[in-house]
Ligand binder design. Structure first.
Ligand SMILES: Cc1cc2nc3c(=O)[nH]c(=O)nc-3n(C[C@H](O)[C@H](O)[C@H](O)COP(=O)(O)OP(=O)(O)OC[C@H]3O[C@@H](n4cnc5c(N)ncnc54)[C@H](O)[C@@H]3O)c2cc1C
Length: 412
């Protein structure tokens, strides 16, 4: 039997899942509700490494995605005067680790556009889910618009702070699933200055602050602020309008050095500011009767892993695949989905605390040590040695993408 499915969230995995489900069984009735008034295309570069790109290619997007990949030439560590201290190249071939810059990066706007503007899917913008209850036969949902509906399946694709997860699992269990890394992150775009482009630049300031800028071949400069301080200031600001969130980052970055004042000055005029507390979502199993979590809502690995988008594509593909394989029998399909994605989720959520501590030194001496370590590693070409000598499965990710003939995907 075809299903009446509600997908909450039209970020990356919502539209990807909707497309795959529609392809597998065109008789499904699929509704995607999105809180924003249109596809939310804000955001900077996203990695589609390891299994990410092959899944997009399985969806028939090979020709579309390749020209959209960002041409970045590597990453420099810079000091407060902007002098390059260490340079690392690009990790090629979809390998998942050992460099912050890869040849499998795409602007979030391009990816959301590509996935969200395909097919004949029904999107309901400017609406979010406010009530949810379920029984053996279905899920009753009320939307912020006042509309109500009953669905066979509700998919939470509404990101790290998923309200659907909160409604289905309860406030406490949902909050307990969030494991903060204690890093507050802002992303925004500013006009590109002369000489910017090619290599991304990473700058550490004292008091556990870091700044990344990158352009690749793009006309705007992407700014990323990472602060591992002022937790209460930020948590309060996230409840306030964007202007207050910008104020919090301005305050936390006062006196950081390098060109940070220029970035903060331009932040007021940007139209794509996005800030959040970076963390991981850990919950198992990934479903509660007929409500299922996909992407960041169920297993956000945190931006520092660079695997969030890949995991959300894996999740969309496996969920659609298991539903098709189980002939839309929801119970066994959701159980299989939850079990199959566990291995890549666990692998890509592995983030040793020492890595985070090392990336955000608090004292000036700690910054000096980190910069010298980067200089030594770059000088010894350690990143290249790791690529050359580690077996491919250790760097590509060990998990083989399952084949689902039932998805009726185009043969490449
Ligand atoms: C605006 C934005 C900018 C981002 N920028 C970056 C970035 O620069 N770098 C990076 O690494 N990651 C970024 N991310 C996160 C990144 O997109 C995800 O980690 C990853 O791609 C997995 O995608 P997802 O579809 O699971 O979640 P997301 O991409 O977060 O998508 C979730 C979607 O659900 C919608 N939504 C949320 N709550 C509700 C609700 N109650 N009802 C209906 N819809 C709802 C959101 O508006 C969003 O469109 C950004 C996310 C967003 C939303």
């Amino acid at each position: 039997m075809p299903l009446n499915i509600l997908i909450v969230g039209a970020g990356v995995c919502g539209p990807a899942l909707a497309t795959l489900l529609q392809h597998a069984d065109p008789r499904h009735t699929i509704t995607v509700v999105e809180r924003a008034s249109s596809l939310r295309k804000a955001g900077q570069q996203l990695d589609v490494k390891a299994q990410g790109l092959p899944i997009l290619e399985k969806m028939g997007l090979r020709g579309t995605i390749r020209p959209l990949l960002v041409a970045e030439t590597g990453m420099q560590f810079v000091d407060a005067k902007g002098k390059s201290l260490a340079e690392f190249g690009v990790t090629g071939g979809g390998k998942r680790n050992y460099s912050l810059s890869t040849d499998r990066e795409i602007m979030r706007s391009d990816l959301v556009n590509m996935l969200g503007e395909r097919g004949s899917l029904k999107y309901e913008f400017g609406k979010s889910i406010i009530e949810l209850s379920q029984d053996d036969g279905g899920v009753d949902v009320k939307l912020s618009s006042g509309e109500t509906g009953r669905y066979d399946l509700v998919v939470a694709a509404d990101g790290q702070g998923s309200r659907t997860r909160r409604l289905a699992w309860g406030v406490e269990a949902s909050a307990a699933a969030f494991h903060s890394l204690g890093i507050h992150t802002a992303y925004f775009s500013i006009p590109r200055a002369e000489g910017e482009g090619g290599m991304a630049k990473w700058f550490n300031a004292s008091e556990s602050r870091a700044v990344l800028i990158r352009n690749g071949d793009r006309p705007m400069t992407q700014v990323y602020l990472f602060a591992r301080n002022n937790a209460e200031l930020f948590r309060q600001a996230y409840k306030e309008p964007l202007a207050k969130q910008k104020d919090a980052f301005r305050k936390a970055y006062s006196g950081a050095g390098w060109e940070v004042d220029r970035f903060l000055g331009a932040m007021d005029d940007c139209d794509d500011f996005y800030a959040h507390e970076a963390g991981q979502i850990k919950i198992d199993p990934l479903y509660k009767s007929r409500v299922v979590l996909v992407g960041d809502a169920g297993y956000c690995p945190a931006p520092f892993t660079g695997m969030g988008t890949t995991l959300s594509l894996i999740g969309s593909y496996v969920l659609a695949g298991e539903l098709a394989k189980h002939k839309n029998d929801i119970g066994p399909a959701l159980q299989a989905y939850s079990e199959v994605v566990r291995s890549p989720v666990d692998e890509y959520q592995r983030l040793p605390p020492a890595t985070i501590n090392a990336m955000f030194p608090s004292s000036k001496f700690g910054v000096w040590l980190l910069q010298n370590a980067a200089w030594a590693l770059a000088g010894l070409k350690v990143d290249q040695l790791v690529h050359r000598f580690l077996p491919a499965e250790n760097v590509n990710g060990r998990w083989p993408i399952p084949e689902y003939a039932e998805l009726n995907l185009p043969v490449p």
